[in-house]
Design a protein around this ligand. Sequence first.
Ligand code: PHE
Ligand code: ZN
Length: 891
Amino acid sequence: MDKNAPQAIHLKDYAPPPYLIDTVDLAFDLGEDVTRVQSKLAMRSNPALAPASATGGGPLVLDGQDMRLVSVALDGRALDPSEYSVGPDSLTLPNPPADFILEIVTELRPQENTSLSGLYRTSGNFCTQCEAEGFRKITYFLDRPDVMARYRTTITADAMRYPVMLSNGNLVAASKMEADGRHTVSWEDPFAKPSYLFALVAGVLVHIEDTHVTKSGRTVALRIYVEPGNQDKCDHAMASLKKSMTWDEEVYGLEYDLDIFMIVAVGDFNMGAMENKGLNVFNTKYVLAKPETATDTDFLGVEAVVAHEYFHNWTGNRVTCRDWFQLSLKEGLTVFRDQEFSSDMHSRPVKRIADVQRLRAAQFPEDSGPMAHPIRPDSYIEINNFYTTTVYEKGAEVVRMIHTLLGADGFRKGMDLYFQRHDGQAVTCDDFVAAMADATSVDLGQFRRWYSQAGTPELDVTGAHDAAARTYRLTVRQSCPPTPGQPVKQPFHIPLALGLLDPSGADMPLRLAGEAAPAGTSRVLDVMEAEQVFDFVDVAEAPVPSLLRGFSAPVKLRFPHGVDDLTFLMANDSDAFNRWEAGQTLATRLMLDLVADRAAGRPLELSPGFIAAFGKILKDPTLDPAFAAQALTLPSEGYLGQQMPVIDVDGIHEVRAFCRRAIATALRDDLIATHRALGGNEPFAIDAAAIGRRSLKNLALGYLMALEESGREGTEAVELCVGQFHNAHAMTDVIAALGCLADTDLPQREVALRRFYDLWKDEPLVVDKWFSIQAMSERPGTLEEVKALLGHPAFEIRNPNKVYALIGGFAGGNPVRFHDIGGGGYRFLADQVLTLNALNPQVASRMVKMFARWRKYDPRRQALMRAELERIVQTPGLSRDVFEIASKSLE
Ligand code: PHE
Ligand code: ZN
């Protein structure tokens, strides 16, 4: 490889910092052209490395990028430029003393910062984003999470333009406006923190306010800051925050630790939100919500992300990561915590199904592609590329497995010990696992492989009933495919939750050979070996096994269930997740058979038994509508593609559409009845029951619209849909109808799209929906429309949400059009990646990831995608972010 190519950083090279920083005094002078930052650091050589000596700890290399160094002073003496050296990414002092004060002045141009990392402008306001390595774009610093310091931040700016000026911790001083029209505030954060948790916000903002009284009786002020005009969309975020605070007290005994907790919502943000100490900064998408503008999915997203960032205060901030290889220490754990919170607020099975769908849709492909990495990676070129679904969602699954192995009480003991040992420290994933094991004496030795081995394990299970001996033997084989750099894997410790159903559908008591008595009807087996058998005794009749209940491990499970067994499990399994799973497995099998039929030129027919099972679910009044909606949703095109050695893009698309039409034709009357029963404009509520009713109603609408082109029945469906579009009050219902219309060639399509835009053109988040609905339309002309929309006045390539909606919506949410055999979609995406590369590498890199799975397609598409990746890699001036993804994809 080219020796100028960016170099990888390795976990095995970790070394503690040679110097520590005790306190940081920052003074920001925010200007329209130039912002000046004075930083005063109290530093000393790291006593853990060598006994303190007068000669200090050797060279001090501070990180710094994209700024102008104005001056450096050591213990009050201005240094001559010959006494230090400045590189493109660093400032080096050759031999500082053991204990000293370092003062650095830098100048930045935030208005030119389109990367949205470091200090930047959004809607005329100032805002920072420092995770992972943004602080080094503000001042020279030891920008690594194991350097924890106490911060005091002073901000001076024009009082009219920046009336609100915020930073971490507590407000300790504020001046009136001075003669020059400027004012000053100071904030102090009493908790030592790494630089990635620093935040500053300044501008014209309004806020809503509330309070939370902690269980020990302290009153905490809660504020949500937004741009003027958005105050009416903050109530849900505030309610979610209060619920999160109470939940963390009740479930983990964890209280908030400052007197004020602030959230600021900004329109330009690369990610969802950021847990800066006491001053969370959020993408507006995860704060602003009212029924007229936000869908149910948006409401749930706000609740989950508010909780997630709040939970980071303990899992991430009070106990942080030693280095970025440990990212899953805080992210996996915090995702697990927010998932559990949402489960407690709504329906547990419905939440679990949604989370598993998400894992399978995004993480499983990552884990079997060129970017596969363990939840604790061994190396990276650009850390921003490792905020992945593997680190987050698979990381959460790994924590969930620990929870399963330890039980809720054991897990709580482990968490208590973790905080007792590590409060105020920067630690590793190993430290976390050690606390869990030590608190409970559960052996997690082999379990640790989940942190170091990539890839999705595969479980092949078979069952054998011996009627004479009344035994049932389960044989479990595990394997894990090779991933980059890991050709061979050691067996994982897999918690396999299961039950055995008797012919009546009831769970049997479960007794393993050698046990004195049965232990429950659902239990967790420890699968540790490459091949292992489990013998159940007292099994009179052949059972139907219900395996991997609740999706107890992030694996692919195969068991030779027949169609009848799957139908039986769909109807009888006491585990709701597995009832859903049985339906999905059956649907996947039938649909893949149809894809093969189509390829062989055979006529398509969907099994009447399957349609009948769907009809039973639709008509079952005892089912939770939210669950019914999930059970009646066919596996996605992406999921079906993953099950094929070579993805048949067009075959899958056609078969899925065919199945939807077949179901809609057969169940038309029931679908209309469902839509009618759940329709009408009932008063809006955002509880699980109301959300569930809307999701089933809109599922019915979606099926009915599959009949759009079939004569009179189609006309009726279109009437329902257009009626819902025009009359619904809740955005969930409006968007469901608009999404259906967008796939058609009806004249009502244009009318609806135009009306929607006219109504909502002043609400950027709603305009994002308008972009993504058009980008995801299955119509043949979508690519041309997407290209045209790039020039729409509401589109802004510097705004990540717009990019994710339009470009991401097309490349990631429209398989049949993105993968069009002409290759136009690929060329389009590569062009956008190159444009974004120069503006915002993180966003560019998220887009280039859409090419990563190119090897899964037919030779023609492979060649087309590969050519685009090569064009990208050969472009001069490529960011490390894009280079890493594109080059690893080609390896
Ligand atoms: N730490 C944030 C979260 O998961 C995500 C994030 C990463 C935001 C990097 C910004 C930059 O909550
Ligand atoms: Zn997080």
